[in-house]
Design a protein around this ligand. Structure first.
Ligand code: 5RP
Length: 226
């Protein structure tokens, strides 16, 4: 087992009978979904809300019952990955491009578990990963201008030289970087979301209850919000 699988399997143990469970997105979340799928195969009854089309497809393959936020607006537990985690358990998410649905599901969740390998732990957000921002395509040039004015190095995410990445919601992603890191995650989150055309950004502030860090030797560390 590698560190991501260790974290995913450990977090899957927190799922209990009849829970409504948010399913995250990414390579670490995939291990958790597979571990939950195994438990469902053994008789565990849950309903799940996926945070992306990819996670929905995987859950269907594993015969995990899917539901919606309309039918179940209160999610008991969500297990998701992250690109950076700081000592206060604030996050950068969205390198996989699913940040909008991930944040919506996190906001509906009573207990959010983030699963990572040790490389995702940072002293300050923005020092290792870019910050993804989901924007309505029509607003792209305006948002880029605002970000460039603040010297945040905005780059439109592409899948081919002439083909922008399109999110599950039909939007673009602009990745930006903070030369000195992000000192005020809450203020940065509010400022970014106030730019017209920005749908959401990858800062997750005060949303995480537990971080599970998996290690390659099979051990894991649980870090609870204080
Ligand atoms: C997707 C995400 C992922 O959770 C994040 O990018 C971590 O991915 P991985 O587990 O593959 O490293 O936020 O939008």
């Amino acid at each position: 087992m590698n560190s991501k699988e260790v974290a995913g399997c450990r977090a899957a143990e927190f799922v209990e009978e009849r829970m409504v469970v948010g399913l995250g997105t990414g390579s670490t979340a995939e291990f958790a979904i597979r571990a939950i799928g195994q438990r469902v195969g053994a008789g565990l009854a849950i309903s799940a809300i996926p945070t992306s089309e990819a996670s929905a497809a995987l859950a269907r393959e594993l015969n995990i019952d899917l539901t919606t936020l309309e039918a179940n607006p209160h999610v008991d537990l969500t297990i998701d990955g992250a690109d950076e985690v700081d000592p206060e358990l604030n996050l950068i998410k969205g390198l996989g491009g699913a940040l909008l649905r991930e944040k919506i599901v996190a906001a509906a969740t009573a207990y959010q578990i983030i699963i990572i390998d040790p490389s995702k732990q940072v002293d300050q957000l923005g020092t290792q990963a870019p910050l993804p921002i989901e924007v309505v395509p029509f607003s792209k040039s305006l948002v880029v201008r605002h970000l460039a004015e603040q010297e945040l190095n905005p780059v439109l995410r592409m899948v081919a030289p002439d083909q922008p990445f399109i999110t599950d919601n039909g939007n673009f992603i602009i990745d930006c970087s903070f030369p000195a890191g992000i000192a005020d995650a809450d203020g940065t989150d509010s400022w970014l979301n106030s730019i017209p055309g920005v749908v959401e950004n990858g800062l997750f502030v005060d949303m995480t209850h537990l971080v599970v860090v998996g290690n390659d030797d099979g051990s894991s560390q649980l870090i609870e919000r204080t």
